[in-house]
Design a protein around this ligand. Structure first.
Ligand SMILES: [Zn+2]
Length: 143
């Protein structure tokens, strides 16, 4: 579907530019492939509230959250399963949200739309929920 308001083309282009810069910063030359992540900085882990990291999985872009655990932190009985999400799965989930899908004609548009509207996607293993508002830290510590 075409957005009703093509008067905002300039603004969208600017957002596209910003998005492109974010993608380029994650380029990796190790194996000659360009690694593109559409949603860098837009995804938040539902269980712990941290931003999800870009993470290349099986030749595909994806994202993960280790919930802040490092080898020097947290006894194993507090360890949560690392959350991994494939980017294409996230796109599929978001396409089911009418408020987002109506203005986005491609995954790239979708990412630009999220940035423009300051929408954060809160993810867990089962769902991705668009959340409007500033991406404030949601209680980074376990209760
Ligand atoms: Zn987490």
């Amino acid at each position: 579907m075409i957005s009703k308001q093509r008067a905002h083309t300039a603004l969208v282009s600017e957002q596209d530019f910003v998005a492109t810069q974010a993608v380029r910063s994650h380029r990796s030359a190790h194996d000659g492939t360009t690694r593109r992540y559409l949603f860098t900085g837009l995804l938040r882990c539902g269980p712990c509230g941290r931003k999800m990291e870009s993470h290349w999985i099986n030749q595909r872009p994806g994202y993960r959250c280790r919930h802040g655990h490092t080898s020097t932190q947290q006894p194993t009985n507090r360890r949560r399963k690392i959350l991994y999400l494939r980017e294409d799965h996230i796109i599929t989930r978001l396409a089911g949200h009418p408020s987002l899908a109506s203005d986005a004609q491609s995954p790239h548009d979708l990412a630009a739309l999220l940035r423009k509207n300051k929408i954060t996607i809160v993810c867990d293993q089962e769902s991705c929920t668009p959340t409007k508002g500033p991406s404030t830290q949601v209680n980074p510590l376990d209760p």
